[in-house]
Design a protein around this ligand. Structure first.
Ligand code: CP
Ligand code: NVA
Length: 302
């Protein structure tokens, strides 16, 4: 096991490592199931969820089973975390039982605390700051449909949330142009956009969805109300102009893909005719969570 081989955020890893993870994911996906059935034999993954999850939780669990390992779920309510045991102490203990830990944390600092005290790899299964595992599946999905993402144009229209931040990291590491259109008060931190520039990336922030989407190869959005941001302000009013509908999609390239990490709220951030339309790859993206997780797990554990 490579100590410190955490998967915390895409900006913490170099392009070569991220590409290696995606290559592993594709090779495992294309290979016969039996070929990799023992890849993680004897390995146990702990999955800590402070927030609900369907895709992340099941895809990591199934990935472990299909690679010959096992998974153990831990919720706040069912563990001493819910009674105030610190994440640092939990990390010290779990490191003695399991080979890697996935956490979906309410606060990003909880992930960082776990990673600091864990002696086994820690994987970010979403925090209020970022969602790097999602982006591995998204890049994989784009490339399966349209070839290399490098140099292509991706437009984000909506909340400048955790998933948007990971798109910024991905744009830099995978070399594509990212145009973000977000309401002024719901835009990602300008420091993050500045970071992208210093890294030589092409990330622009606008408040005009039409200009962001013009000529794009792919249009992406996400829920207007992320876990933890419920009731914080008039989000629906602010985000209404950023809804992805057919008029907005018509400004992108004619074959532009539509992506969404899911869960989706039809006729809120995206109209049904777009998410259920011919250019939507949301189900392939969700399916690739399983394959991307396999790439991440094998990179962390072998
Ligand atoms: N996209 C995603 O992470 O979905 P879940 O919240 O269901 O895990
Ligand atoms: N931005 C969403 C993503 C869910 C997978 C949230 O944090 O709730």
């Amino acid at each position: 096991m490579k100590i410190g081989h955490h998967f915390l955020d895409l900006d913490a890893l170099d392009s070569k490592s991220l590409r290696a993870i995606l290559t592993r994911a594709s090779v495992i996906k294309e290979g016969a199931r039996a070929q990799n059935a023992n890849l993680l034999e004897g390995c146990v993954l702990a999955l800590i969820f402070e927030r609900p999850s369907t895709r992340t939780r099941i895809s990591f669990h199934v990935a472990m089973l299909q690679l010959g390992g096992q998974a153990v779920m831990l919720s706040l309510e069912e563990s001493q975390l819910g009674r105030g045991e610190s994440m640092a102490d939990t990390a010290r203990v779990l490191s003695r039982y399991v080979d890697a830990i996935v956490i979906r944390a309410t606060k990003h600092r909880t992930l960082l605390e776990l990673a600091k005290y864990s002696e086994v790899p820690v994987i970010n299964g979403l925090t209020d700051f970022s969602h790097p595992c999602q982006l591995m599946a998204d890049v994989m999905t784009f490339e399966e449909h349209r070839g290399p993402i490098s140099g292509r144009v991706i437009a984000w229209s909506g909340d400048g949330n955790n998933v948007a931040r990971s798109w910024i990291h991905a744009a830099v590491r995978f070399g594509f142009e990212l145009r973000l259109a977000c309401p002024v008060s719901l835009s990602p931190d300008t420091q993050l956009v500045a970071w992208a520039e210093t890294e030589g990336g092409s990330v622009t922030l606008t408040h005009d969805p039409q200009s962001a989407v013009e000529g794009a190869d792919c249009v992406v959005t996400d829920t207007w109300i992320s876990m933890g941001s419920e009731g914080t302000e008039n989000r629906r009013g602010l985000l209404a102009p950023f809804k992805v509908d057919e008029a907005l999609m018509s400004l992108a390239k004619p074959d532009a893909l539509f992506m969404h990490c899911l869960p989706a709220h039809r006729d809120e951030e995206v109209v049904s005719s777009v998410i259920d339309g011919d250019n939507s790859v949301v189900w392939d993206g969700a399916g690739n969570r399983l394959h991307a997780q396999k790439g991440i797990l094998s990179w962390c554990l072998t």
